[in-house]
Write a protein that binds this ligand. Structure first.
Ligand code: AMP
Length: 115
């Protein structure tokens, strides 16, 4: 059996993390290395999908639930507008192979402005 991902370990309370949202299939934490004033990670509770390509093929409703949670976080923390990033593969910057969306808000204060 493979080890639980770092995100599952945070969800289970084994390592610290700031939980921002939680529902039956999806949860969100604050990124430990924020790139914008709002930088959350929205994560399915299942580790079955390693990236958004697999998720979109296997469970599009779960992907829609992630995007709905991203919008709720943006409404609560960043005036409703947000950028959504999925890194797919190590060469694209993915370091945790348990699918997750980066939700960035208040972008004008971030390094990502204009991108
Ligand atoms: P990615 O590089 O797209 O796989 O994203 C992984 C993200 O997880 C990075 O932005 C990290 O800063 C973040 N991260 C890693 N460890 C933790 C942690 N313990 N708590 C919160 N975020 C984390």
């Amino acid at each position: 059996m493979t080890e639980p991902s770092i995100f599952t370990r945070i969800l289970n309370g084994e390592i610290p993390g700031e939980l921002l949202a939680d529902d039956d299939r999806v949860f969100a934490i604050r990124d430990i290395n924020p790139q914008a004033p709002l930088h959350a990670l929205v994560i399915p509770k299942t580790e079955r999908y390693r990236d958004v390509t697999e998720l979109a093929q296997g469970d599009p409703e779960l992907l829609a639930a992630m995007i709905a949670m991203a919008k709720r976080l943006a409404d609560e923390h960043a005036g409703g507008e947000y950028r959504l990033i999925f890194n797919n593969g190590a060469s694209a910057g993915q370091s945790v192979f348990h699918v997750h969306a980066h939700v960035l808000g208040d972008i004008e204060e971030s390094k990502l402005v204009g991108f």
